[in-house]
Design a protein around this ligand. Structure first.
Ligand SMILES: Nc1ncnc2c1ncn2[C@@H]1O[C@H](COP(=O)(O)OP(=O)(O)OP(=O)(O)O)[C@@H](O)[C@H]1O
Length: 239
């Protein structure tokens, strides 16, 4: 059975403060991701790749279609899941490495990395102990671990974000350009981490603009452009 099954999803944004202009983004997109594979979303800038990840993570509402995943032994449809169920899905089933780290004032880098495990119920000290080797692997200097990452460089913040995403064992992992601001050495660490997740049977769906990283990690490419709708239409008056 697929770990993730996207069935005919569609989305348009309605700009309520701009006269109701509609921005159609994705229409009738279908694909699935098996356990242990990394599927990469492809398509030009603005085609809707990040929007697809956000629909799967429940950040954006799904207008049409369904998104099926295995959650706590049952099959659920994310498109119709209520916010309480989605919170549980994010805790247990779907992990997400976003493009940018959401820094929390006064929370240290290592606590931020450990936090997804703590929210699953893992003891804080155990979670911190699991965070350390990841930070080491991602070449985050130990002197930074106890500091809040607000002042870190873009690449350092991204590596904290990657560690946060990879520390858990969520069966589905969404990756929104995890290697965008990394040097070659750390890009290779991300490629290795993705390889280890595959071996552990994790289903991954990602966006990678760097063709070398994409070629190294992708088992399959899904082109979202065939499903993208690019014209902008003014809202039609309702008679
Ligand atoms: N919250 C939002 N409100 C309005 N429009 C949005 C919103 N999020 C995305 N869009 C629009 O949807 C379209 C697709 O954006 P998206 O970020 O999904 O594309 P992408 O393929 O990931 O692009 P890139 O490769 O440049 O990151 C863009 O035209 C964008 O302006």
């Amino acid at each position: 059975m697929n770990a993730l099954n996207v069935a005919g999803i569609g989305k348009q944004f309605v700009m309520h403060l701009r006269g109701g202009i509609r921005i159609p983004v994705i229409s009738d997109l279908s694909f699935s991701v098996e356990r242990g594979e990394c599927v990469v979303l492809n398509g030009p800038s603005g085609a809707g790749k990040s929007s697809v990840l956000k629909m799967i993570y429940g950040t954006y509402a799904v207008e049409t279609g369904q998104i099926f995943i295995e959650h706590c032994g049952g099959r659920i449809d994310i498109a119709s899941a209520d916010p309480r169920l989605m919170k549980q899905v994010r805790q247990k089933t779907i992990g997400y490495v976003s493009q940018f780290l959401r820094v929390v004032p006064r929370i240290s880098a290592i606590e931020l990395v450990a936090e997804p495990l703590v929210s699953e119920g893992v003891d804080a000290q155990v979670a911190i102990a699991r965070a350390k080797p990841l930070l080491e692997r991602l070449n985050v200097p130990e002197a930074l671990w106890a500091l809040p990452p607000a002042t870190f460089s873009g690449g350092e913040q991204q590596r904290i974000n990657i560690a946060r995403g990879f520390i858990t064992e969520h069966p589905v992992l969404l990756l929104d350009e995890p290697s965008a601001s990394l040097d070659a050495k750390n890009r290779q660490v991300v490629i290795d981490l993705i390889g280890e997740k595959k071996k552990a049977g994790i289903a991954m769906l990602g966006i990678f603009h760097d063709p070398d990283v994409r070629d190294a990690v992708a088992d399959r490419l899904v082109d979202v452009t065939s499903a993208a709708v690019r014209q902008i239409q003014p809202e039609q008056a309702v008679a």
